[in-house]
Design a protein around this ligand. Structure first.
Ligand code: UDP
Length: 255
């Protein structure tokens, strides 16, 4: 087993130095947190499933021309990624009222929005990820105007594509969060999609029953959290073998 040098440990993933220059390896954990770390737990098999779901979505997005950091999945819990400088902004796209939007404006969860809403949050746990405006992003130098235009247009394309993709498997894409990074390519600094896209970062509701198939089940202490994640993978046609879901081996190099 080859031990990798750890670069960073997040709430749901560990990032290791990659085997090639300008790459990193993301290891998907079963750890789950909510409410800025106040609630902590484990969702058995989540890492394996999110690794596969994120691989699937990143590949489909890449096929329609959305630049992403994804290179390839290495094994059940790891994927090889292009190393980027993460832009410290969480980009949330909403199609249906839910979560903090419902709370902030006193709206009922579940009403469709007349148009998609894009929101920005400053990625900073100590400050509880405060909501920010484009003005803050450019004034504080987190991204420039050109990058922000690119982020906005990518976020809307991702939303359109994923809304259709999930609708095809009977799931409503209520909202989701994405992150972007920058890297040098052909002497140009480019913005590309980074992090993961999974039921940890999306709200996914069954079209017919409105059943929640995402991390809200964990946040709200509902039953069937593991099963909900599995159901999303199953509908996408990528459910890893049940026997592998509990496989919790440490990071190892797969050539
Ligand atoms: N989200 C996320 N990470 C965060 C905050 C939000 O992945 O730190 C996702 C969340 O899963 C949902 C969307 O972004 O799909 C909108 O979340 P919201 O602002 O409603 O916040 P929440 O209710 O999750 O606190």
């Amino acid at each position: 087993m080859v031990r990798r040098r750890q670069l960073y440990e997040g709430k749901a993933k560990v990032i290791f130095e990659g085997p090639e220059p300008d790459t990193v390896v993301a290891y998907f954990k079963d750890d789950a947190t909510a409410f800025n770390n106040q609630k902590k737990g484990t969702i058995t098999g989540k890492g394996v499933i999110n690794n596969s779901i994120s691989e699937f979505l990143m590949m489909r997005l890449s096929e329609i021309g959305v630049p992403t950091h994804f290179i390839r999945r290495l094994n059940m819990r790891e994927q090889l990624l292009r190393k980027v400088e993460i832009i410290p902004v969480e980009v949330v796209v909403r199609n249906v009222v839910a979560g903090s939007l419902a709370k902030r404006f006193g709206l009922e969860e579940g009403s469709a929005l007349p148009r998609s809403i894009v929101e920005f949050y400053y990625k900073n746990d100590e400050l509880n990820d405060p909501m920010i405006l484009e003005e803050h992003i450019t004034a504080f130098g987190w991204a420039n105007h050109t990058e922000l235009d690119e982020i906005m247009s990518l976020a809307l394309r991702i939303n359109d594509f994923m809304s259709g993709l999930f609708r095809g498997i009977g799931i409503r894409l209520v909202d989701f969060k994405v992150e972007f990074g920058r890297l040098w390519e052909d002497d140009q600094l480019r913005v590309i999609l980074a992090d993961e896209i999974s039921p940890d970062s999306c709200r996914l509701w069954d079209v017919k029953t409105n059943e929640k198939l995402d991390k809200d089940r964990f946040r709200r202490d509902m039953e069937g959290v593991e099963e909900a994640y599995q159901e999303v993978a199953r509908r996408l046609g990528i459910l890893p073998e049940a026997a592998h879901l509990r496989e919790a081996v440490g990071p190892h190099l797969v050539e």
